[in-house]
Design a protein around this ligand. Structure first.
Ligand code: ADP
Ligand code: F6P
Length: 450
């Protein structure tokens, strides 16, 4: 096997939640590869070390880099812009400069960590300039790039200052992967519109090389989730959870997300509150558990979201709760994977309602956990997972999260569905997820990269 290097903003070492680390860690582990990334703490650069079979090469970020590159350009400019501008992106020159400097640092670290002729796989929106910079340093490498988040429509991308630089950065790769075919098309159209290139099908010639842009929908480690779901200790905690929440008479609804404004958490809670207010469900019949993992808490939009959500949780529990029994449990906490799977097993209805999401691995994890073919998935049309779990197999209850009435309708349909309908839906979703796990995703990408 060729030497293999992953380059991503985060290292797989802390308890950082998020799809990227969950998806890639198993692959880096099984290939004995190296991983270039940031520890998550400012001003910290440990020497390279081994971690669970992966050689770790830390990249240092100063406090200023964290402010400008991570919280600024990555998470206040690119993140909102690429998610349909659901919050307004902020543009600052100083952030762009820091982003370029930090991307160069990552490219240099990747060049130093890569053996001659190695395959280097660069990930996500924090590192859009790295493929181009790395190619200049090391033309001998095979370079892949995968974007885990959506790639925006042409009109939105055009708003990005220095947009041509970002496209050139991505074109440094031999293969550019996206979650959805439409995203790959947007990218190819932009190479024509902004750089005057001539894409042909999924290929485009750039500086004497052929670059391919294609969709590779990401997935999860199905075997890991299934093993946790089969573990008697996990099943016990699922039973305990149900008992603590009121037993089988009470329907358990569940949300599990990073606390991010793209996840539609406030819309979901609003819909649930209205279902209680309308008397369609009561506190005796149902309970919602919302796990919201702290994320990017120094960014204003995230702090504001937290305030909105916590205010609404308080209002709903105040209005519809009783002593010793509330309709909404809100956990602003991280949980272990075993605890998440126990929640998945306990939940009658999983609510995944993002306003926009590249894929959404939580939806796939829920399906993988339900070996019993129980449970129901309410899924936003604006997630990557919707193509597979709804359009392709008709398993999920589709909702438009921008429309509270539609959210309520989707939840009510899941509540009203009969056991045979639900089992059939879950079976179809499970077939899809089990046949397309993360290993297959990585192999498809790496085989195409060659
Ligand atoms: P994103 O990458 O935007 O965070 P995904 O749904 O694609 O969203 O991936 C989230 C990943 O993080 C999943 O693997 C999920 O299990 C994990 N995760 C989410 N919330 C928590 C939590 N509270 N504790 C631990 N892991 C979490
Ligand atoms: O793909 C989504 C993503 O932004 C990853 O790049 C990231 O690691 C994860 O979500 C969690 O976000 P953060 O690294 O900013 O905590």
């Amino acid at each position: 096997m060729k030497p293999f290097v992953v380059v991503a903003n985060r290292l797989p070492v802390d308890a950082s939640p998020g799809g990227l680390v969950s998806a890639l860690h198993p692959i880096a582990r099984s290939s004995g590869g190296a991983w270039v990334g940031w520890t998550g703490e400012p001003d910290e650069r440990p020497e390279p070390f081994e971690h669970e079979g992966v050689r770790i090469h830390p990249v240092e970020l100063s406090g200023d880099d964290v402010d400008r590159y991570y919280e600024g350009q990555s998470n206040s400019t690119i993140w909102p812009l690429f998610h349909d501008s659901v919050e307004p992106p902020v543009h600052r020159r100083a952030w762009r400069v820091a982003y370029e400097q930090v991307n160069r640092r990552f490219a240099e670290a990747a060049a130093a960590a890569s053996a001659p002729g190695a395959t280097v796989w660069v990930h996500d929106y924090q590192l859009l300039l790295v493929p181009g910079m790395l190619r200049e340093l090391r033309p001998d490498l095979r370079i892949g790039f995968f974007l885990h988040i959506p790639f925006p429509p042409v009109e939105l991308f055009m708003q990005l200052p220095r947009r041509a630089d970002f496209l050139r950065g991505m074109l440094g790769a031999d293969l550019v992967g996206f979650q959805q075919p439409l995203a790959a098309q947007n990218f190819l159209r932009l190479t024509a519109q902004v750089l005057g290139l001539r894409p042909d099908g999924e290929r485009v010639e750039y500086e004497g090389r052929t670059v391919t842009a294609r969709a590779f929908p990401i997935s999860i480690d199905v075997a890991e989730i299934e093993a946790l779901a089969a573990d008697p200790a996990v099943q016990d905690s699922a039973r305990r959870l149900r008992k603590d929440l009121g037993g089988d008479r009470r329907l358990l609804l569940l949300g599990v997300d990073r606390l991010d404004y793209t996840k539609g958490i406030d819309q979901r809670i609003e819909a649930y509150g209205e279902l209680l207010a309308d008397g369609i469900i009561t506190n005796d019949e149902a309970v919602l558990v919302q796990v919201a993992t702290p994320s990017r808490m120094r960014v204003d939009h995230y702090r504001q979201l937290r305030e909105r959500v916590e205010r609404e949780v308080g209002r709903i529990n105040g209005e519809f709760g009783d002593v010793g029994r509330v309709p909404l449990h809100y956990l602003f906490q991280s949980r272990t994977r075993a605890e998440l799977v126990a929640l998945y097993l306990a939940a009658d209805i999983m609510l995944v309602t993002p306003l926009r999401d590249g894929m959404n691995l939580v939806a796939k994890e829920y399906v993988a956990a339900r070996r019993d073919e129980g449970g129901a998935l309410v899924l936003s049309e604006f997630t990557g997972a919707h193509s597979e779990l709804s359009e392709l197999c008709g398993g999920a209850f589709s909702v438009n999260p921008y429309d509270v009435d539609d959210l309520k309708r989707g939840i009510a349909s899941a509540i009203a569905a009969g056991p045979e309908d639900l089992a059939g839906r879950m079976r179809r979703m499970r077939e899809q997820v089990r046949a397309h796990d993360v290993d297959r995703w990585a192999r498809a990408f790496l085989d195409t990269l060659g």
